[in-house]
Structures are given as C-alpha cells and as structure tokens.
Design a protein around this ligand. Sequence first.
Ligand code: ATP
Ligand code: MG
Length: 593
Amino acid sequence: MTSPADKETPKTSNFLRQIIEHDLAKGTYSGRQWGGSPGDAAHHATGQADPAKVRLRFPPEPNGYLHIGHAKSICLNFGLARDYGGVCHLRFDDTNPEKEDTEYVDAIKDAVQWLGFDWHNHDETNLYQASDYFDFMYRAAEYLIESGNAYVDEQSADEMRIHRGDFVKPGTNSPFRSRTPAENLARFREMRDGKLADGAAVLRAKIDMASPNINMRDPAIYRIRRAHHHNTADKWCIYPMYTYAHPVEDALEQITHSICTLEFEDQRPFYDWLLDKLAEGTLIASPHPRQYEFARLNLTYVLTSKRKLAQLVNEKRVSGWDDPRMPTIVGLRRRGYTPEAIHLFAERIGVTKSDSWIDYSTLEGALRDTLDPVAPRAMAVLDPVKLVLTNWDEVMGADVLDDCSAPVHPHHPEQGTRQFKIGKEVWIERSDYEETPPKGFFRLFPGNKVRLKYGHVIECVGATKDTNGKVTEVLAILIPDTKSGTPGSDAVKVKGVITWVGVNDAVQAEVRLYDRLFTEAHPEADGKDFLENLNPNSLSVVTAYVEPSLAKVEAGQRFQFERHGYFVTDLKNHAAGKAVFNRVTGMKDSWTK
Ligand code: ATP
Ligand code: MG
C-alpha cells in the first residue's frame, strides 16, 4: 500500500533541506549512538550506531485537536525524516499538568496517521510522552544547581518582574542569586517535597541579568504547582517550565534537527546554553540537538490556535472539533479534504523564515487540483424546480423513460459510464430559468433552446406560477432527434447546456453548503474579538436531488457535481437511505478578492 506520504512529489529545496544536507555531507551526526529508546548519555553509549540518519520530532501539546498549521509542521518534520533516511518522533508535550486529555492524544495520533505518516520506523515505535522524562529533568536540575548554574529564587512574582528589566533597561540580580549550591540544593529538595507553597519559589537558571536577550536573564526552569498529572498522578508538585523541558526532551530523544516556529527564535540561546551545560556534565549525549525556526502558517479567514478553536467548540459556535467549517484536521477531513491535498498545499506554501499570510484559495486550489483528476462526476440539482416537457407523450410516448449515459470521469473513459433516465419531468436549478433574461443569459427563457446535458435539446415555452409569482413549473418542448450521442444530435445549435436529474429516478439528499467561518480575512485584525467576525451564513442546508448513481455511496466519498463543485458524503450523518453531502468547495476560486 502506498500512502500519500510515500509518493514521489517533486520537492523544492528550502533552508531546512540545505541545513540537513550540509549536516549529512559533513557527518555532523554520523557518530551518534542510539540506545533503542530515549535516555541520557550513558544509555545511548550502550547502543548501536543510530540507524536513523536524522531524527526529527513533532511535539504537540495534547490540549486540543490539531489544525492546518500543525499539518504544515507534520508534513515538514515527517517529510524531512522520510526524505533523508531518518525518523520522526511523535512526542506528546505533556509537561503542563493541567490541560491534557486522552481524547486529544488519540485524536492527534489519528490525524498524523490520516496524513499518511507513521512513527513506527526501523523497528522502533517512536511515540513518546515528555512526562516520562520528569525524573531526568529533575536530575538535570540538580546538576545545574550543583555546578553553580541554577538557584532557587524566592522573590515575589512582582519583584521578579521588576528586577527583570526590559528591552532598554538591564535586569538586576535577585538577592537570592548568591546562595551556595548546597543551600540551593536543600531548598530545591524542599520545593520537590512539598514544603513550600505554590508560587513561593522558582528554580532559575543562573545566566546573565544584563543580557540584551531577556530570555537569558535567569529564566525560571521549575515552578511549584500542586496539580494532578494524567501520567505521573501526584508524584510531583514541581513542574519544569516549557523552555527548560523542551530542549531536554529533544536531547534525550537524540533529535538532530529540532524545528519550531519563529516565536522561539529568542529562546535558541537558552536552548544551546542549557544543552551545552548538560553535555559538559555528560548527562546528555553529544553533539546535542540544534533548534531551527520557520514561519508558522497563517491562513486568511482561519484561526490557527487550539485555544481559540476550543472556544468556538465550547461556546457551541460550531458543532464540534470536526465541524466541516473548522480548520482542524478532523474538520477538513469531514469537509472532504484529502491527505493528498494537504501534502500538495504544504509543498506549495514551502518553508520560509519570515511570517506571512497565505491566502485561503491556496488551500482550496490544492484541493481542486488533487480532486479534479480523480473525483467521479455526477449531476445534482441543489435548488430544484420542476421542468415539464409538454410534448413528451406525443414525441416519446406516455410513461416512456429514455436511457441516458455519461462518463464517470471525462478524462478516464476506462472508469465507465453512469446511467440515468429522462422522462416527462426533470428537476432543474431554479436559477436556470428567467422569464425576462438579463443580457448574456443563455439558459431557459421563453423561446430559447438549451441542451439538457447528456439528454435532448429542449425549447422553453414558459412557466406556471403560484399566487406569489413564484415559478412552480418550467415548461418546455422536446426537440426530437437531438439526444446526445445519437447521429445528427448536434444539428440544432444551442448556446446553453443545463444540468438536471430525472424526477423519476433522482435521489433526495441533504446538502450542506459551507462558506467561510469568518467574514474577515484577518479575523483578529486591529485587536478585534474574532467572535465578532463570525460569518452568520457560514452554513446553509438545502434539500437537493442527485442522480441515481449516488443512491448507494458510502460515507466519505467525493464527487464533482457538474457545474457546482466538489461534494463529499458526510462522515457522520450520511447513511443508507439518508444521503447527506457536504460541499467541499466550488468549481472556481471564490476567496480571492
Ligand atoms: P496552538 O496555539 O494552536 O496550541 P502550539 O504551537 O501551541 O499551537 P503545539 O501543540 O505546541 O501547538 O504545536 C505542536 C507543533 O506544531 C509545534 O512544533 C509548532 O511549532 C507546530 N505548529 C503549531 N501551530 C503552527 C502553525 N500555525 N504553523 C506551523 N506550525 C505550527
Ligand atoms: Mg501550545
């Protein structure tokens, strides 16, 4: 089985590829050993030469469902590992005790696999959770204390903030900074043993309070927090800070290239400082991992923050994480996106070092370009009105139904044909009839001829209306000997071709027409609350008729409805006897202004 991730798509070089190629050429990591699982320097020293040429990781915090921004990061990290003979670890960054949930853990695994990637590799299961490293993190903290590189600070949060300084003003040393290693060690152990209240003290790295980089002004690395942890329960009442935990996680896992988003650029000096110290103390293997930053994905009309997406879910602004309007991977999937489309999108947007906004049409473009060659075609009428062929009985015979056929895919005759019947009554789009046609309107109006696609040429003779003037039936006559595919059928020239389905054999379906979730390209521009920019018309549900070839399709199948765009049977609500389609996207770009 080939997954989309295995497919040879042409790759454009980028700065990360260049860095990896350079490291491979130089053999930067060629001497590394791998102990078969994450661990300290001693553990890896017992191992074999690492079978993986590079190690990358995707380290989500399990506090929500992954979104399209994470998909970019997954394609990047797993894609680089695949392309350079390496592996990519899936690591749950669960060092923050309060926010994790196993629902999210399962959803994240599912999303990575759906995208076609795997953390099983070289007989290893590279699925890790950062909380498994708490013991080592604690030991490393004691090492930093003993080597004079960390101290327990008992200033109040306010004092600490004031003493930190700012961009123009250097910080000032804490009065606790000159404690001896022995004092610090004793105090840190009291923190661990629950002798101090939450917030009463933090462990800080001892670096430089005057550093121009504020992140280097003795950053906190451990805090006291009495919180139950889903993995370690109540074993700990102190937890490592993210900036400390993350480099340690990378080092224990022997990550070579630790790729993160640009906002961590200012953390890189601390990343290196910390790992240099731990390598000096031979706690971790050398050479240690290096951090590289790339621009996060910003997509117009879309929020890429788990926290904000959670707010939409919790406030019931959408039906759930998998609402087809959500930019989550489960939402995109239910909307009809394919892994191939997301891979193509990730490849097209590339990897850069400066932040920018990607237009939503780029995502939809990738989807159309991947669906068009493969999606079976079908006819559907989304806003139906009945068309009556008034001379049918005379021309074709009363109750006669005439067979029509159409290719499953116009460019793939080998995929065969779809069959349906035309009779005296068919459903057409309400907008295909105009009593008084505007300029350039070539479809149905009294006296005009059009072709019913794959069927006959007809001439409109008028319409019946209800008392409100609303059209109830469009009336037309069938022109004999004009059926598509029969000799001489094109003798009558027409300017318009309309889609239709037979009243006799059409299948009724619920069709959900989705539009952008926000009315603004930048839902939070100028400090606005994104909730104020929710599009009230992001969903409309219609009762449509689709051709009989769609009577028995399974959930999750994608089609092109001719003229209308791409549609997918809904993964949750579509069932035998109750067809439910989601509009994936229209035929053409309707997003760029
Ligand atoms: P969120 O604010 O949505 O929770 P996060 O960055 O805090 O985002 P994590 O779970 O920590 O979420 O992210 C896991 C990985 O996904 C990180 O390595 C991060 O760099 C990457 N990532 C998250 N959002 C984006 C994005 N918009 N574009 C590219 N990569 C992203
Ligand atoms: Mg986060």
